[in-house]
Design a protein around this ligand. Structure first.
Ligand code: ADP
Length: 490
């Protein structure tokens, strides 16, 4: 019992429970899909009761397999807002998911009123429906049960880890600083008045301070699960949003250490140490983790289209039958024959931020084959990442190496191309579930099983494959020139 850690990983499309040993070995895993509700174009909702029930069911399933565990860590889809009744513990409305765009007009109005620079300065975030604050306000304005609970002083607002912690412990209302830093209500710098919500931001977004959870460290004694849920009063000792958790799980604990997750989109986070990040290139500043009240920060950039480009080649264009096939196709030709794909299928994210941009395929001739097009799609991963690397370097966070994970990172050709184009060593762990691993490391530290995150990382992280750069400068420059020309034409 002293050597197992239960992780609850509440993602966007599914929720999982995993049990780890202290050497990072995965002892058991259970998963349930989550229903996605799309009541209108651009709206995305979850049923918070389902998230809790499915997560609890997964936890019971893995515990039945492994027996008792020492502690629990939670990691979660970030920014998604849950509103519930503090007394009954029941949700008051559907959860508004991070992808939900319904508050776009509210964000535009705040931007036009000139609030964005001050919000960015204070929170590290831009004005976008992605973040939680405008979603909280929307629920207060449009869900009568949320309004009534606010008036009666019974309203609880929180992100998904906060909701799960409340249910699990039977009433602790808290959030970790890393999740809190995605709401637009938390000042990045811990102030003299403590590490909590900013009154001015709560007023600006009109979110009642009393409904918000207490902001706590990412590891510590946060209460215990009610014995009726999991059969024992297991201490809850770790909390973190998924991207921060993956960064920790990749062992990016020193300034400059950077991870990139290549899934549907790509999320890159670079450890900034204890320096509050200030971006001039529209990257996001975020709390990586808070321990003993001290904050460590990350700079974050995301590109919208990564694995989804491969899905598009498969499902919309029918060029390939499976994602895995892209690797052999890319290897079957020496280059793309000057074909360049700029995958702006839903606009361009960081560092370009051009929502109106649309994708292009340029440079094709009669000699172009499907292999050239597929190779150009895979090359777009390293090229987009190169643009991000430039932005991070401009913001004082030059990458020293890149640690990759996510479904697409299984593709060795992409991993090598990243090393070549970035001129950096790329590392890929054999165990790619870094999000859950990070939450296990935090929970282990919170439970006193490890003295520090560094100790947890050295014990729990496993083997890595290394890809070292072997492309010459001339070839790299030529490819970048073609890419920049294609970008300029969008
Ligand atoms: P998410 O967590 O965003 O759902 P995953 O991390 O599961 O995504 O990654 C799945 C994505 O990776 C899909 O978009 C798929 O097209 C892509 N993918 C999976 N395997 C490969 C591969 N071998 N080569 C290229 N792309 C791949």
């Amino acid at each position: 019992m002293g050597d197992l850690i239960l992780v609850l990983d509440a993602g966007t499309t599914s929720t999982r429970a995993m049990v780890f040993d202290l050497a990072g070995g995965l002892r058991a895993v259970a998963q349930r899909a989550l229903a996605q509700h799309y009541p209108q174009p651009g709206w995305v909702e979850h049923d918070a009761a389902e998230i809790w029930q499915a997560t609890r069911a997964c936890a019971r399933e893995v515990l039945a397999e492994t027996g008792p565990v020492a502690c629990i860590g939670i990691t979660n889809q970030r920014e998604t807002v849950v509103a519930w009744d503090k007394l009954s513990g029941e949700p008051l409305a559907r959860a508004l998911v991070w992808q939900d765009r319904r508050t776009a007009d509210a964000c535009t109005a705040l931007r036009e009123a000139g609030h964005e620079p001050a919000i960015q300065e204070k929170t590290g975030l831009l004005l976008d429906p992605y973040f939680s604050a405008t979603k909280m306000r929307w629920l207060l304005d449009h869900a009568p049960a949320v309004q009534a609970a606010a008036q009666a002083g019974r309203l609880a607002l929180g992100t998904v880890e906060s909701w799960l912690a409340f249910k699990l412990t039977g009433g602790a209302h808290l959030t970790d600083a890393a999740n809190a830093s995605r709401t637009s209500l938390l000042p990045l710098a811990a102030t003299s008045s403590g590490a909590s919500w900013d009154e001015g931001l709560c007023d600006l977004f009109r979110v009642p301070r009393l409904a918000l959870p207490e902001v706590v460290d990412n590891a510590g004694a946060f209460g215990a699960a009610l014995p009726e849920w999991l059969g024992a009063a297991i201490p809850l000792t770790g909390l973190a949003g998924d991207q921060q958790s993956a960064t920790i799980g990749q062992g990016c604990l020193a300034p400059g250490d950077t991870k990139a997750t290549y899934g549907t989109g790509a999320f890159v986070l670079a450890n900034m140490g204890e320096t509050v990040p200030r971006s001039r290139y529209r990257l996001l500043g975020t709390v990586l983790y808070q321990l003993g009240g001290a904050r460590h920060y990350a700079l974050e950039g995301s590109v919208f289209v990564a694995g989804s480009l491969v899905q598009w080649l498969r499902d919309a264009l029918g060029l390939i039958a499976s994602a895995a096939e892209t690797e052999a196709l890319a290897r079957s030709v020496p280059d793309t024959g000057s074909v360049v794909i700029v995958p702006a299928l839903s606009g361009l994210g960081a560092p370009h931020w051009r929502p109106e941009a649309r994708a292009s395929i340029t440079g094709a001739t009669f000699a172009t084959t499907r292999a050239h097009v597929v190779r150009a799609a895979l090359e777009a991963m390293a090229l987009q990442t190169h643009d991000l690397a430039d932005a991070f370097a401009g913001d004082g966070a030059r990458w020293t190496s890149l640690r990759i994970d996510g479904g697409m990172s299984a593709n060795d050709w992409i991993a090598q191309d990243l090393a070549d184009m970035l001129d950096l060593t790329v590392e890929r762990p054999a165990f790619v579930e870094t999000t859950a691993l990070g939450a296990a490391m935090l929970a282990g530290v919170g439970a006193g099983l490890f003295a520090s995150l560094e100790e947890a990382a050295s014990s729990m992280r496993g083997e890595v494959s290394r890809f070292v750069p072997r492309m010459n400068d001339a070839e790299r420059s030529a490819r970048l020139a073609l890419w920049h020309r294609a970008l300029a034409k969008l």
